[in-house]
Write a protein that binds this ligand. Sequence first.
Ligand SMILES: Cc1cc2nc3c(=O)[nH]c(=O)nc-3n(C[C@H](O)[C@H](O)[C@H](O)COP(=O)(O)O)c2cc1C
Length: 196
Amino acid sequence: MRVVGISGSPREGGNTEIMVKEALEGARQSGAEVEFVGLAGKRIGGCEACAECGKGGRCVIEDDMQPIFPRLVGADVVVIGSPIYFGMVSAQTKALLDRTYFLSKSGRKLEGKVGAVITVGGRAGHELSAAYLMDFMTLQGMILPGRAFAQSYSRELGAAAKEEKALRDARSLGERTVKLALKLAGPERKAEAKLP
Ligand SMILES: Cc1cc2nc3c(=O)[nH]c(=O)nc-3n(C[C@H](O)[C@H](O)[C@H](O)COP(=O)(O)O)c2cc1C
């Protein structure tokens, strides 16, 4: 069982990263292999609507999204975390989501994966941002557990590390995604993943 957690924050060591890593820790303790992907320092352009992915089966934009595609495809669970910027997900997160158009066009490659979302912001925009991320996931055919989101209300760099309730929620989210993915997996997959 593989779980990939993405932080769409441009800040390394930021609150989104802390929350996503906590969700991954919950998943790891539930027996999954986990991988963190941070967008800080990465260059990911928006989808250019060139339609090449529909023809050639690959995204022709050569940037830092290329190594992320196989990680998404290889995961059973995808957790996406974003800081809130002016009431919505960050531009970095949005660019990543739009680029997954390619995965949709090349055989609905995210379909059936379990998804969960994390939003981070000191004040406003959690509901809208989480609803947007969850809507993205359902459009991609992903499956969400009940209460598929966790929130951090931290603002200053690294403050989420002390936000106990948010960390607990993130960890529980990671655990619950693995539980759901296990329910969806057939007995053979479970045995192969050496999970209970
Ligand atoms: C450009 C910008 C816009 C922001 N807009 C909001 C906002 O609308 N609502 C909010 O709650 N926080 C807002 N914030 C605060 C960040 O969401 C907050 O600092 C968060 O902890 C950043 O996450 P990070 O540490 O992972 O980068 C904004 C921050 C920036 C830089």
